[in-house]
Design a binder for this molecule. Structure first.
Ligand SMILES: Nc1ncnc2c1ncn2[C@@H]1O[C@H](COP(=O)(O)OP(=O)(O)OP(=O)(O)O)[C@@H](O)[C@H]1O
Ligand SMILES: [Mg+2]
Length: 235
């Protein structure tokens, strides 16, 4: 199985407390990895490190044939890995503008951006909300706008932090449908979730994080995902 990216010896301490201590984490290409773990177990912290937003104490990264430390990898991973926040921030502007923003920043012309946004809205069944102010949308609608905004930037890996949290059944179903579509388009996805039943059918593998360590919950999974002696930190 080919891996999109491999992280090794990933250690994060925050305010003197060991948060992550992961020996090895490999993300298989074109697959969906589900990660579960109780509140405060380190899921968001992991996603921030993986996407280049938070500097770890240490990490070795193998990406696109290169072995790099986190700082060297940062420009690559910030471009190719998109982290979708638990509570996505949307601008006080139209849904269309919110989705187009990343394209403008990437230097797309107004016409090209407009065409892409129209297609993306159609893809997400959000065309009816195109001219609404994004701040006034419901939580579920906001999540879908944020998902569309992330997809339009063509990430290689999408990290979704609790994408269905606080959604009703209908919104969960709609989001789950979009996640399924993203996967069919070949985007590698990693989802953190407490509600495993909502995303279980999309996931190819299931990891669990506890006290900064990751274990695989797949019985058939031959790959050993983590193991690191944390004793030097646990005193
Ligand atoms: N800036 C910080 N300084 C100190 N501790 C922090 C900081 N950010 C996070 N933490 C701690 O790191 C731990 C992991 O937090 P994190 O947000 O990654 O957990 P999580 O698994 O995403 O939790 P949740 O399910 O509630 O979203 C928690 O104990 C948290 O209090
Ligand atoms: Mg979190």
């Amino acid at each position: 199985m080919s891996h999109l990216i491999d992280y090794k010896n990933l250690v994060v301490t925050l305010s003197g407390k060991l948060i992550l201590n992961i020996d090895s984490l490999s993300i298989p290409n074109h697959q969906c990895t589900l990660i579960t773990g109780k509140n405060g177990s380190g899921k968001t912290t992991l996603f921030k490190v993986m996407s280049g937003l938070l500097k770890p104490d240490s990490a070795s990264i193998h990406y696109q044939g290169l072995d790099m430390n986190w700082k060297q990898a940062k420009p690559y991973i910030q471009k190719d890995i998109i982290y979708l926040h638990q509570q996505p921030y949307l601008f006080d502007a139209s849904v269309t503008y919110n989705i187009a923003y990343g394209l403008y920043r990437a230097g797309e012309s107004k016409t090209a951006a407009h065409n892409k946004v129209m297609q993306a809205l159609d893809w997400a069944n959000l065309s009816h909300l195109a001219h609404r102010n994004a701040k006034q949308l419901s939580g579920g609608e906001k999540q879908r706008v944020a998902l569309t905004r992330a997809r339009i930037l063509s990430p290689r890996l999408l990290l979704l932090d609790e994408p269905t949290a606080s959604m009703d059944t209908d919104a969960k179903q709609q989001t789950s449908l979009l996640l399924q579509r993203l996967k069919e388009e070949g985007i590698t996805i990693m989802i953190s979730s407490h509600e495993t039943h909502t995303v279980e059918h999309i996931a190819d593998r299931h990891l669990h994080i506890d006290q900064g360590r990751i274990t695989s919950l797949d019985h058939s999974h031959s790959e050993k995902v983590t193991v690191l002696n944390t004793s030097k930190y646990n005193n």
